[in-house]
Design a protein around this ligand. Structure first.
Ligand code: HEC
Length: 119
């Protein structure tokens, strides 16, 4: 396979530029976890939801850890997320996003320093 030199050069320049600006590759935590939670979880778990209302402060830290370890997949693999293309929740949320949501949930748990709803 032959890659045109122009593309290779552009990619290389891109890499170098990225390195120089020092922009962190992963987004700042907290704010993004919160946004992701609102986008991907709150739609089904807001107040009065038939699936139960869940915000970070609905559970304590241990419960969130256990939830993401065990229950998340079991409870969501057959649940279709109509708002994001009609795929199961577990296929809709990327592993990276889920990790941020997990951190946000644990950080805002009922027994954390700053219990949080998701706004
Ligand atoms: C498309 C709808 C939908 C989305 C999106 C969704 N859930 Fe759920 N969730 C459900 C349903 C349905 C259940 C099962 C309720 C039941 O067992 O009766 C559930 C159950 C739960 C439970 C309870 C588990 C238990 O102990 O029984 C928690 C906590 C939860 N979800 C958190 C989340 C989080 C966090 C997200 C985002 C990462 C999320 N959910 C995204 C529909 C959804």
């Amino acid at each position: 396979m032959k890659t045109p030199l122009g593309i290779m050069t552009a990619a290389l320049v891109g890499f170098i530029a990225l390195g120089l600006t020092g922009i962190p590759i992963s987004p700042a935590q907290g704010a993004d976890g919160k946004e992701l939670y609102r986008e991907y979880c709150k739609t089904c778990h807001e107040a009065d939801s038939p699936h139960g209302e869940y915000t970070p402060m609905s559970l304590i830290q241990d419960q969130w850890t256990r939830f993401f370890d065990k229950k998340y997949v079991r409870k969501h693999k057959d649940v279709i997320d109509e708002k994001h293309g009609g795929k199961p929740v577990t296929e809709t949320i990327s592993p990276d996003d889920l990790e941020l949501i997990k951190e946000f949930s644990i950080k805002g748990a009922a027994d954390s320093e700053h219990p949080m709803t998701c706004g």
